[in-house]
Design a protein around this ligand. Structure first.
Ligand SMILES: [Zn+2]
Length: 207
């Protein structure tokens, strides 16, 4: 494993979630900006947060299928000094509480605070956690005993999908309003909306 470990925020209810979901575990890995919230660039405040329609329903369906919910997000805004890691953690705590308020328990948010070119001070590093590298997914899998081949990932960029495929995540979903019919890797599919992604997960996991 890499020398630069990826960082994570673990939900206050994680212990209970894990007791209720004994290993071997499966997960849905979620990119954040563009999947959970509208990507307004470097979102780190309540005021700038706009949930993507259908995100709570998607998570409820996934959790109902026995998938743990793990967020994996590049946070170059920390590297660039736009907000501090403490700011990000405070915001992430609020986000987890909002999910709880909607009846959904996130297990953890893994984040990469680094950037290979634009990082300031200790954040200027070529790490193994910044997607498309698979570090965050691999570390979460190790920590929580997640079987990646039976897990899912949803992201809105090719680098999210690449991170999932490299990590060995069995099923990846590219969320994109554009028609992305061609060029998908095996095990990867495309959804135009979160509701479409929800239906794909609902159908596939039920079988
Ligand atoms: Zn990193």
């Amino acid at each position: 494993m890499n020398a630069v470990a990826s960082r994570y925020f673990e939900d206050v209810g994680a212990a209970l979630t894990l007791v209720n979901q004994p290993a071997p575990r499966r997960a849905l890995f979620l990119d954040r900006d563009g999947v959970i919230n509208v990507d307004h660039a470097y979102v780190h405040t309540v005021e700038r947060t706009e949930w993507l329609p259908g995100i709570f329903d998607l998570c409820e369906t996934a959790a109902g299928q026995g998938l743990l919910l793990v967020v994996v997000t590049n946070q170059a805004g920390i590297a660039r000094g736009l907000y501090s890691e403490a700011d990000f953690i405070a915001y992430t705590r609020w986000m987890h509480e909002e999910f709880q308020r909607h009846g959904v328990s996130l297990l953890a948010t893994y984040y990469c605070p680094h950037h290979p070119d634009a990082g300031l001070g200790p954040y200027l590093v070529r790490c193994d956690c910044r997607k498309p590298a698979p570090g965050m997914i691999l570390e979460a899998a190790q920590r929580y005993g997640i079987i990646l081949s039976e897990s899912w990932l949803i992201g809105n960029s090719r680098s999210d999908i690449a991170a999932g495929v490299t990590a060995g995540v069995g099923q990846t979903v590219l969320l994109s309003a554009a028609d992305e019919g061609g060029g998908m890797e095996p095990g990867s599919c495309h959804a135009r909306t979160l509701e479409e992604a929800r239906q794909i997960i609902d159908r596939s996991v039920s079988q």
